[in-house]
Ligand binder design. Structure first.
Ligand code: ADP
Length: 162
């Protein structure tokens, strides 16, 4: 069985991420979307909230599981017996950054290949950071994220009393 792991912060998941999951899940028997618990990165949404938002928006895909993990990605990929690590590429700057991580992961766990999937041209400018910035400054992100994420951003903003 060919298993792929798609790791990311997903803080929050955007239409760009969902597009990558939709496209890539067709290429593998199983895809695990792994929401990273990164202690050194301050997230807007909790790990549980991020995981739930990805679950809600991938429930139409039978071969996609959503989990969270902390620690070394290479160890997690080994544990899942995955043959591929999926990363989305928007720009050359993404590639520059991702190439080194891919090489490090290859050294740590040679049995998995990093597979880069190109962002759809519609989503090339979308990042979780831009979504958060626009939403917290009262801009509309309805076109950039799934509806449930748009609602969650509004609730988060209200809770922060901004
Ligand atoms: P990380 O913090 O690990 O970069 P992100 O949640 O920001 O996690 O992104 C996870 C993956 O999704 C990365 O490979 C990133 O390049 C990719 N990605 C982010 N935004 C988009 C987008 N709009 N289109 C395609 N891929 C994207």
């Amino acid at each position: 069985m060919k298993v792929a792991v798609y790791p990311g912060s997903f803080d929050p998941v955007t239409n760009g991420h969902i597009d990558i999951i939709n496209k890539t899940s067709k290429l593998f028997d199983k895809m695990v979307v792994a929401v990273i618990h990164n202690v050194s990165k301050k997230a807007l949404f909790t790990l549980a909230e991020r995981e739930e938002m990805v679950k809600e928006n991938t429930k139409h895909l039978d071969n996609v599981n959503v989990e969270s993990f902390s620690g070394l990605l290479a160890d997690y990929v080994r544990q899942k017996q995955a043959c591929a690590i999926i990363r989305g590429l928007r720009t050359a700057a993404d590639f520059e950054y991702e190439m080194y991580i891919a090489m490090a992961n290859k050294t740590l766990y040679p049995s998995a290949e990093t597979v880069f999937v190109l962002a759809d041209s519609k989503y090339i400018y979308i990042s979780s950071s831009i979504v958060k910035e626009v939403a917290l400054l009262n801009g509309s992100v309805a076109e950039l994220v799934p509806e449930s994420v748009n609602k969650a951003l509004a609730l988060k903003k209200a809770a922060m009393k901004i």
